[in-house]
Design a binder for this molecule. Structure first.
Ligand SMILES: [Zn+2]
Length: 213
């Protein structure tokens, strides 16, 4: 995983080797930096003062990191780690960290995703579920679409008996501006197959509400 944004422009092997990242090239960073320099001037700042000298470049690299999901293929990630298994009970991965950016304000929204599926002959490596969440979250998003994209990706690829996705996020565009409802959390959900049945959906919702003791 990329954890040091200062190194991004020099990476050529891509994130975890899944996909080459052509977007982190010096020319792109330079172009974006020029735009951000203009933005600084427009808001009344002096882009030549010491504290801001490297800011346009840092913001450019940060933005590319925050949107690196465009370079990744979630279906390919799942396909690479699917295997036959007769297990047919619900598999739940809960409390997956979500960091995304709303497409209306380009401000962060963040929280947790809970994902479940009921295998139909195939399971997937557990670590791939959070990766799928990340691939779709690291783009400009709305929470509703993010929820559906995760559901559809797992449904189409793994073809399980059902998928359930619940996402709970705080949106900085709500808490930092406008209505300033500081503590409000937005919850979205999407289901397929057996999760459309009350009994299965309730079991899933109970499991994600339960605390490990
Ligand atoms: Zn927004």
């Amino acid at each position: 995983m990329i954890d040091d944004d200062e190194n991004l422009p020099n990476r050529s092997e891509g994130i975890s080797g899944y996909h080459k990242i052509d977007r982190y090239n010096p020319e792109l960073i330079q172009n974006l930096s020029t735009h951000y320099e203009g933005v600084l001037s427009q808001i009344g700042e002096d882009p030549t003062r010491e504290g801001l000298l490297k800011t346009p470049e840092r913001v450019a690299k940060a933005l590319l990191y925050l949107t690196h999901g465009y370079d990744l293929d979630a279906r390919q990630i799942l396909n690479s780690a699917m295997f036959k298994e007769e297990y047919s009970q619900m598999v739940v991965v809960k409390d997956i960290e979500v960091y995304s950016m709303c497409e209306h304000h380009m401000l962060p929204f963040f929280g947790k995703a809970h994902v479940a599926y009921i295998p139909n002959g195939h399971v997937v490596g557990l670590s791939k579920i959070p990766r799928v969440v990340d691939v779709f979250a690291r783009r400009l998003q709305v929470q509703e679409r993010l929820t559906n994209e995760i559901r559809d990706c797992i449904q189409d690829t793994l073809q399980p008996l059902g998928v359930g996705v619940v996402i709970e996020c705080r949106h900085l565009c709500m808490s930092m501006r406008g209505v300033q409802k500081q503590n409000s959390v937005t919850t979205t959900s999407a289901f397929t197959g057996e999760f459309l049945e009350d009994k299965t959906r309730t079991e899933f919702l109970n499991l994600i509400a339960a605390k490990l003791s």
